[in-house]
Every structure is written in C-alpha cells, then in structure tokens.
Design a protein around this ligand. Structure first.
Ligand code: NAP
Length: 283
C-alpha cells in the first residue's frame, strides 16, 4: 500500500488564490485593504523565516502587511505599549506577535493584550473560549489548517476515532476540540500517556504534534489511517516531521509531508482570519 500525499503546498496555493479573489472584491466594495501587522522580537532564525512566509502570503493574497522588528532586549512594557497603539489603530485589522518571545517576556500576558477583534492567531482566552463554545471566532491557524487537510481527503470525519498526540495550547488542545466539533471520537495523548502505541493503533485519523523527529514509526500506525504530521524539526540541517514519513507512506492511506504539509496551511488560515477581521471591522 502506498499512501496518498496530501500536499499542503498545493492546497494552500488553491486556497490563497480564492482568498486573493475575495480580498480584491472586498477592497473594491469598501476601499479598505486588509492589514496584518506582525511583530518580531529578536532574530531567532526559525521565527524570521516564518515571518517572511507570512509577509509573502499577504502579498500573494493582495493584503497589506507591516513588519515591526524589535530588538531582543525589548521590555514587556515596551511591547505592550506597541500592541495597545496597534489595538486603537483603525488601519490595522490583524496583530500577530511571533512566538516564542524572549524568556523575560510573559507570552500569555502579551497575547492577552492583543484586542480580541484583532487576534488573528486565535490564541486569546476569549477566542479560545468561543472556539470551545462553537461560536464565531478566529480559529487558531494550525488546527484549522489540519481540519482543512483532513477534509481534503473527502473522508467523513464524523464517527471516526481521531487520536491526537500533543496537548499544547496552540496545536494539540485546539485540534482535539475541532475534531470533536466534527463529531470524531477523540483521544488525546501526551508525554504521560501509558502505552502510546496501543492508542495510535486505533486511530483512523492520527494527528501528531510533539516536536520529536520521526517519533511515530510505521508499526504505530493503523493500516489505512489518515496521518497528519504537524511537527517541524531540523535534523542535519534538513526539515522533518514527527512521523517517519517513508514508513507512514507504506501503511497509511493519506499522509502529509514535512515540509510542504501543515506549515503552508497554517499561514493560509492566517490570511483567512485577517480577511475576516477586516470584514468584521467594516460591517
Ligand atoms: P509543545 O508545546 O512542545 O507540545 C508538545 C506536546 O507533545 C506536549 O503536549 C507533550 O506532552 C507531548 N509529548 C512530548 N513528548 C511526548 C512523548 N514522548 N509521547 C507523547 N507525547 C509527547 O509543542 P507544540 O507547540 O504543540 O508543537 C509541536 C510540534 O509542531 C513542533 O515540532 C512544532 O514546531 C510544530 N508546529 C508546527 C506548526 C506548523 O504550522 N506546521 C505550528 C505549530 C507547531 P506534555 O504536555 O505531557 O508535555
């Protein structure tokens, strides 16, 4: 058996073209250009590359992007002041603070400072609460991208057993919640799970977000499963996921690659949220 590869790169390209058309229509109707401001503190190479990807996606979708680059020694108070100014700037629709932040800055405090209406990453407590209540909100980008990729297979999520490895606030927990809303039966595994393989072998849909290279091996995957690899790891200067890709190709029915899988979808969902923020602002 050789799995079908769900190319996030291809899917993202299609979705971005659709977003570009909707953005152009929106600008024509309102004279407002959706505007995303990205704040980068320090010069962590991975963060610099993620921020560049976000700016490129804004260009591709006809939106305005502004990058605010701050030195690593920026204080929490200085960062909060900048965010407060952006909160009250009517020309700004989305604010994203690239994570991780330097250790001396409290990330949750910074996320909480971003106005809920401009929290296009969907990380603020209000957005998270609304997501859980299934109310209109900004869905967190990576989990929303994961659901789009699963739906791309055409296989019904409802009734399937979905196993998520990882319970972080930005991936594991929200992706589990969204799968539940799609009526999957969801199991969440983490570092204290006993006999992980016992759980993963039951997964019709396996979402892996651990941050350990090639951690999920062929023998842990149920034949015919859909495997979504969220992990991004650098090994010998090359990117790889949390799943042994070659092994997964042999046993699963669908697999996402790394790179070119969940990553491009995350950024595409950010574009979707930024357009939604601009629309809400003008209605
Ligand atoms: P994280 O905050 O470090 O969370 C990792 C999770 O994995 C934790 O819940 C941890 O369990 C669990 N875990 C660690 N070791 C485990 C083990 N041996 N068995 C089972 N579970 C284990 O990481 P994250 O932010 O969720 O990110 C996960 C990966 O996704 C990283 O590689 C990150 O770079 C990548 N990522 C990619 C995108 C994208 O757009 N492609 C976006 C975000 C993140 P405990 O809770 O018990 O510690």
């Amino acid at each position: 058996m050789s799995a079908i590869v769900i190319s996030g790169k291809e899917l993202a390209k299609r979705l971005r073209e659709d977003i570009r058309i909707r953005v152009s229509k929106f600008i024509e109707e309102t004279n407002v250009v959706p505007h995303l401001v990205v704040i980068l503190v320090g010069d962590n190479p991975a963060s610099v590359s993620y921020v560049a990807g976000k700016q490129k996606a804004c260009e591709e979708t006809n939106m305005k992007s502004t990058l605010i680059k701050l030195p690593v020694e920026t204080t929490e108070e200085e960062l909060i002041k900048i965010i407060e100014e952006l909160n009250s700037d009517h020309t700004v629709h989305g604010i994203l603070v690239q994570l991780p932040l330097p250790k001396h800055i409290d990330e949750q405090k910074i996320i909480n400072t971003i106005s809920v209406e401009k929290d296009v990453d969907g990380f603020s407590p209000v957005n998270v609460g609304k997501m859980v209540l299934n109310e209109e909100c900004f869905l967190p980008c990576t989990p929303a991208g994961v659901i789009k990729m699963i739906k791309e297979t055409g296989i019904e999520i409802a009734g399937k057993h979905a196993v998520v490895i990882g319970r972080s606030n930005i991936v594991g927990k929200p992706v589990s919640q969204l799968l539940l809303q799609e009526n999957a039966t969801v199991t969440i595994c983490h570092s204290r799970t006993i006999d992980l393989k016992h759980h993963t072998l039951q997964a019709d849909i396996l979402v892996v977000a651990i941050g350990k290279p090639k951690f999920v091996t062929r023998d842990m995957i149920k034949p015919g499963a859909i495997v979504i690899d969220v992990g991004v790891n650098r090994v010998d200067n090359k990117l790889c996921g949390d799943v042994d890709y070659d092994g997964a190709l042999e046993v699963a029915s669908y697999v996402t690659p790394v790179p070119g899988g969940v990553g491009p979808m995350t950024i595409t969902m950010l574009m979707e949220n930024t357009l939604a923020a601009a629309k809400r602002f003008t209605r």
